[in-house]
Structure formats: C-alpha cells, structure tokens
Design a binder for this molecule. Structure first.
Ligand SMILES: CC(C)(COP(=O)(O)OP(=O)(O)OC[C@H]1O[C@@H](n2cnc3c(N)ncnc32)[C@H](O)[C@@H]1OP(=O)(O)O)[C@@H](O)C(=O)NCCC(=O)NCCS
Length: 202
C-alpha cells in the first residue's frame, strides 16, 4: 500500500546538496529550470511557458508537502525536485498489499546534468525512507527512451519490475519501465500479481 508521507520540515544533507521543502522564494529558480524545453517532457510534463504555471505548481508542492527541493550547497540555488509520489495501480499490484512504499520521481536543471547529482540525491532519499521511515519498497519509472533516468535508477540499485504503457500529462502513451527496490534490511518474499507485465528477477 502507499505509505503515509509528509516532508514535515525534514532537511537531508549530502556532500553537494540539501534536500528540503519548497518555499515561495524558490519561484525564480523553479521557473528557470522548469521553463527549459526538453526537461519536463522527459518526465511527461510540458515545460512551463510562463511564471504563473510555475507558481501554481509551486503552490501545490508546498501544500502537498511531498516534493523535496534539491538545493545546491555551493550557490544555494534550487536546481531540481524529488517527489515522494503515490504509486499507481494500488488495487491491482497485490504484492504490495501488506507492505508500505511509494514511487519516487525527479527532475534536474539541464545546466547540472551529468555530474551524478541526482543519484546522490536519490541515494540519500532511499536511505531516509528505508532506514528512518522503515519503508518496505520503492518504485521508480522511466519512459523507455529516457536512458538518463534509467542510468540514475541503475546506479541507485533499482531492478526492472514491470513493463507498462502509461498515459502522460501530455496526452501521449509511452512505453514505461517500472523499477523496484526492496528494503535490503528486510527479508521480503513477495508473491507477484499480473505476470503479463512482470519482468522482475530477484
Ligand atoms: C534524469 C536526470 C535526473 C539525471 O540526473 P543527473 O544528475 O544528470 O544523472 P547522472 O549524472 O547520473 O547522469 C545520468 C546519465 O545521463 C547521461 N548524461 C550525462 N550528462 C548528460 C548530458 N549533459 N546530456 C544528456 N545526457 C547526459 C549519461 O548517460 C549518464 O549516465 P552515465 O553516468 O552512465 O554516463 C536528468 O537527466 C533530468 O533531469 N532529466 C530530465 C527529467 C527526467 O528525465 N526525469 C526523470 C523522469 S523518469
């Protein structure tokens, strides 16, 4: 099942980053990276045409309190986001019935790609959710054309779990690879449903 989750003021520090809740003063930094064409599109949403759109999404980040701002320590700039989202198809994926977990999603400013920053952020989040909050599992997906995101998930230990066709916010249908990471400190034996989309190997 989907775990309860709120950031609740939590701040996580890594070597180069601080992950913290979004605040209203992040609007300019958020718009700066979200308005670049070809960034959000890789995650299924359209780049922001104007600041009003960024403001609306920023308001939802703040009120829903489940999306971390990724802040670069060296210049104190918000350069991306990392969301602790609800995973979909909760009623169908019965293997998670007695377990608690979430799906993570992320975006990084194009100016900072290729420096290993997102794997650094994701590893810190995995540690927080598995060790401090005792989650059992995490899922994370990517459209099959998105090799960059695939690499992040591989570097963080996720394993191929299901192949699905999902509808995006852009109205397109995309082949999606869903990955799974089980909490390694627990000896979990899952009985997987829906073999027709399953590709998970222990
Ligand atoms: C996916 C994303 C978060 C990766 O973050 P990152 O911090 O750059 O991750 P890494 O530095 O580990 O690089 C990952 C891969 O991107 C590719 N890459 C690196 N630099 C790149 C660049 N400048 N341009 C394009 N791809 C690049 C490489 O294949 C790299 O894998 P490698 O380390 O095996 O060579 C970032 O590319 C992004 O925000 N993409 C758009 C949004 C998105 O796809 N979100 C995920 C939706 S599922």
């Amino acid at each position: 099942m989907n775990a309860e989750f709120k950031i609740n003021g939590k701040q996580i520090e890594t070597e180069r980053l601080i992950l913290r809740p979004f605040k209203q003063s992040d609007l300019n930094d958020f718009f700066e990276y979200a308005s670049v064409e070809g960034v959000g599109e890789m995650a299924g949403w359209q780049h922001h045409e104007n600041k009003d759109i960024s403001q609306r999404i920023l308001d939802s980040f703040i009120s829903e309190d489940k999306t971390f701002a990724i802040c670069l320590k060296s210049n104190n700039k918000v350069i991306g986001s990392l969301g602790i989202e609800k995973y979909g198809l909760e009623d169908k994926l019965t293997e998670f019935n007695n377990l608690k977990g979430r799906e993570i999603g992320y975006v990084l400013s194009k100016d900072y790609w290729g420096q290993g920053l997102m794997p650094e952020a994701v590893k810190a989040i995995i540690d927080y959710l598995f060790v401090d909050l005792d989650f059992d599992f995490l899922t994370c997906g990517y459209f099959t054309f998105n090799n960059q995101s695939k690499r992040v998930q591989e570097k963080c230990g996720f394993k191929p779990y299901r192949k699905l066709e999902l509808e995006t916010q852009l109205g397109t249908k995309e082949q999606t690879l869903l990955n799974l990471l089980l909490n390694p400190s627990k000896k979990l034996n899952l009985v997987y449903s829906h073999p027709e989309t399953l590709i998970y190997k222990k």
